[in-house]
Design a protein around this ligand. Structure first.
Ligand SMILES: [Zn+2]
Ligand SMILES: [Zn+2]
Length: 423
């Protein structure tokens, strides 16, 4: 019996990791340009954190968490998202007493029990950023513009932002009641989950993918008509800044995002260089979250996206992704034990600066040359009896086919120049 990786997980093999590193590296570089530092939080947390910090009525908490009891009977959960942990760390380390805003990003696996489908895994690699301690439209602008720039940096085109406001404590209760009143008239058309949502959090009916619910949602009152003056002014300022920066943006009054803690701005980023628009992530403002997890009232805004979805998007747009980098040098030997040992030691020396392959399987010279050819190495260094006697190495250029005798003292420089030519 063979054991396979659990459903919804995947191995990222060495030929694929360079593409992941390309995305993650491009993100890190841009995030640091915007003044975000990396935070690494535990992969599991007390379950209570997510009950409070994600919301008990959400699908995540209701259906999707990997929760287990440890040996002391404590309830722990593999993190389903990153924001709650960031808020917990902010409170736990009393960072609210420090300089503001606090800007962090995270990169790591998140865990959700959901039906695996293209670009969605039960363990997926998420990249997110959070900005805590600023309630201004400028903060929302900074996050949305940062997100669009991250996607542009990895090579996605046709990037645009969809923005909505979900209101605040002043205007949301009245809208929620208007929404409830409307939905109560359509209960028989809603799925069982949405019937429950009508009382718990009716805004989330807008997120439901079930056909009947979508039909009902199409007729709901628009939250844009129910925003108070402050929420409206906030949104107008965010939109004006984005347009001023040349970022394509549209208001979508059906956009609410899945989480309970959002206030005012929510957003989604789409790309569609090849036509159809596809969402690659989103986020929003969460002015009550830090209080929910036990800290002082602190506004915040953040977003997240998944590396798997970005890679799918890049492939769909035909953006070339890097593969394995070939060795720069292959050291081969024609001789016996003495030459084989010299080849090993030479490879050891060259690996101080270069990517080098050397035979450790006692293969024949012919098979070593075949392997060198397959590996894509630009240069082959031949170690034979004559080379050891003359202290000159035979270096073959695998592109031109030319051979040169290179004095030992010049070998590194010679190979380094060849490899730069290769790059
Ligand atoms: Zn539904
Ligand atoms: Zn409001």
């Amino acid at each position: 019996m063979t054991v396979k990786a659990p459903r919804g997980t995947q191995d990222i093999l060495p030929d694929r990791t360079p593409a992941w590193e390309r995305v993650e590296g491009a993100f890190r570089e841009v995030l640091e340009r915007y003044g975000f530092g990396e935070i690494r939080t535990p992969v599991f947390e007390h379950t209570e954190l997510f009950l409070r910090g994600v919301g008990e009525s959400t699908d995540i908490v209701q259906k999707e968490m990997y929760t287990f009891t440890d040996r002391k009977g404590r309830s722990l959960t593999l993190r389903p998202e990153g924001t709650a942990s960031v808020a917990r760390a902010f409170v736990e380390h009393k960072l609210y007493a420090g300089p503001r805003p606090w800007k962090v990003y995270y990169l790591g696996p998140m865990f959700r029990y959901e039906r695996p489908q293209a670009g969605r895994y039960r363990q997926h690699q998420q990249i997110g950023a959070e900005l805590l301690g600023a309630d201004s439209p400028a903060a929302d602008f900074e996050m949305i513009s940062l997100f669009t720039r991250l996607l542009a940096a990895v090579g996605l085109t046709g990037v645009r932002a969809l923005v909505n406001s979900v209101g605040d404590a002043a205007c949301r209760p009245a809208y929620t009641e208007a929404l409830r009143a409307y939905l109560r008239e359509h209960l028989d058309a809603l799925c069982p989950d949405c019937v429950r949502r009508v009382e718990m959090n009716p805004l989330r009916v807008l997120d439901c993918k079930v056909e009947g619910c979508r039909t009902v949602a199409a007729g709901i009152p628009s939250i844009q008509d129910h925003l108070c003056a402050d929420c409206r002014a906030h949104q107008e300022r965010v939109l004006a800044l984005l347009r001023e920066a040349g970022i394509e943006v549209a208001v979508d009054d059906r956009l609410v995002r899945g989480l309970d803690y959002y206030t005012r701005t929510v957003f989604e980023i789409q790309h569609g260089g090849l036509g159809a628009q596809n969402a690659v992530g989103g986020g929003g403002r969460y002015d009550r979250l830090v209080e929910e997890v036990g800290g002082p009232a602190t506004p915040g805004v953040g977003f997240s996206t998944g590396v798997e979805r970005i890679l799918l998007a890049l492939e769909a747009e035909g953006v070339p992704l890097p593969g394995v980098r070939p060795p720069e040098v292959s050291v081969v030997t024609a001789g016996g034990d003495r030459e084989r040992e010299a080849a090993l030691l030479l490879a050891h020396r060259l690996r101080g600066r270069l990517r080098v392959e050397v035979d450790i399987l006692d293969r024949s010279l012919g098979n070593q040359m075949k392997a060198a050819n397959r590996s894509g190495a630009r240069a082959v260094v031949i170690v034979g009896e004559g080379e050891l006697a003359s202290k000159q190495w035979t270096v073959k250029d695998m592109v031109s086919g030319e051979q040169a005798a290179v004095p030992d003292a010049d070998l590194e420089k010679h190979l380094f120049d060849m490899s730069r030519d290769q790059a």
